[in-house]
Design a protein around this ligand. Structure first.
Ligand code: PLP
Length: 383
């Protein structure tokens, strides 16, 4: 695929120009009808085709970040006057929560409700209650939450939304289409931070909105064009290349996440491990229902053992230092190598336990990764 770096494309005559502008929101793959790269670009379209094969959807629109994909997906449903509130699950990505507070509520004056988990899972009865009381027109969820990896009962959420005429937007970044395709289950739009598993090398910032409904596609295309959320052709080209290996990479990342889970859960330096594949995980049932035998994702959250907060924090810090040649603190996920985040440092008051780290499993050699972590755990216990 060539990289079409052109800002504007040559239109051969007045008739073609007229046709191109008339068909602007059709998203046609006709070479003569490309107009301007902020609207559509052939290299970007080629990358979008790759995403469509993965999500098995009618259309996909790439944007220059996951956040711009979220903004596009939500803005498609915004009208001049809002009559019903929008409902966001509370354990979604922190940046999305800040966006709802600052942009949706703060600047656009929309009514936004949050749905909180009870304990470590979302409670169905509480969901029913908020659906009846708030009667939201939009429900926004992530399938696997961040950082406690709560799996949503997606089928129930969609069933309930359908029965009340609400639209469902799903952030499928953590679960990926390898584990779940929400559009097949009846979701209206799916978004991804393609910065993560789709690009998978920590070197592209990108997002994508996917759907089946053509009228939503036209509105999303128009929104992307007006606000300029379009991805660059260079990034789209690199994404087209890197996304080819996504299924292989993600499967290996899931294998490594399972290895990390099994290694750490039985180790005396570790207090608790959260991984949806564990029977002890509060939403293991939801995970099995949704993912079947396809895997349980590539994220693992771990709390170090300790009698006191200080002891847990020390163990966390010794572990982080011991693995630091191989496993870095990087505020992202889905990278080639395993990376970690100290949860309390990022989420603060929301998750104040000082011993917890979130691990994004990479796709490096499993036995090398295992020995790095096993050695570090030995050091943690020795001190
Ligand atoms: N959705 C999820 C689940 C994320 O984790 C992130 C970022 O970490 C985003 C969306 C935002 O994506 P981006 O950083 O590509 O804008």
């Amino acid at each position: 695929m060539p990289i079409y770096r052109d800002a504007g494309f040559e239109l051969y005559d007045a008739g073609t120009t007229k046709e191109a502008f008339a068909k602007e929101t059709e998203n046609e793959r006709i070479p003569e009808l490309y107009i301007y790269s902020r609207y559509r670009n052939p290299t970007v379209t080629a990358a979008e085709d790759e995403v469509m094969k993965l999500e098995k959807c009618e259309w996909a629109l790439l944007t220059q970040s996951g956040m711009s994909a979220i903004d596009t997906a939500l803005s498609v449903f915004q009208r001049g006057s809002q009559t019903r509130p929008w409902l966001f699950f509370s354990e979604i990505y922190g940046g999305t929560i800040s966006y709802t507070d600052s942009i949706l509520k703060g600047r656009r004056g929309l009514q936004v409700h949050s749905f909180f988990p009870s304990g470590e899972k979302y409670d169905r009865e509480e969901f029913d209650r908020i659906m009846t009381e708030a009667d939201p027109e939009i429900i926004y969820i992530e399938i696997i939450s961040n950082p406690m990896l709560i799996v949503t009962d997606l089928e129930y959420v969609i069933y309930k939304a359908n029965s009340r005429g609400a639209k469902v937007i799903v952030d499928n970044t953590f679960s990926t289409p390898i584990l779940c395709r929400p559009l097949d289950l009846g979701a209206d739009l799916v978004i991804h931070s393609a910065t993560k598993y789709f690009s998978g090398h920590g070197n592209i910032t990108a997002g994508v909105v996917c759907g089946n409904d053509q009228s939503l596609m036209k509105q999303a295309l128009e929104y992307r064009k007006f606000v300029g959320h379009m991805i660059s052709p260079d990034d789209a080209y690199r994404l087209t290349t890197q996304i080819q290996t996504f299924p292989l990479r993600f499967r290996q990342q899931c294998i490594n996440a399972e290895m990390i889970t099994n290694l750490m859960r039985s180790h005396p330096a570790v207090g608790k491990v959260w991984y949806p594949g564990l029977e002890s995980h509060p939403t293991h049932g939801e995970a099995v229902k949704l993912f079947g035998t396809k895997g349980f994702g590539a994220m693992v959250t771990v709390d170090f053992a300790g009698e006191t907060r200080e002891e847990k924090k020390n163990r966390r810090d010794i572990f982080i230092k011991s693995v630091s040649d191989e496993i870095k603190i990087i505020p992202s996920l889905g990278d080639p190598k395993t990376i970690i985040m100290p949860v309390e440092s990022v989420w603060g008051a929301k998750y104040p336990e000082p011993g917890i780290i979130r691990i994004s499993a990479g796709f490096e050699d499993t036995s090398l990764l295992e020995s790095t972590i096993a050695e570090a755990l030995k050091t943690v216990l020795a001190v």
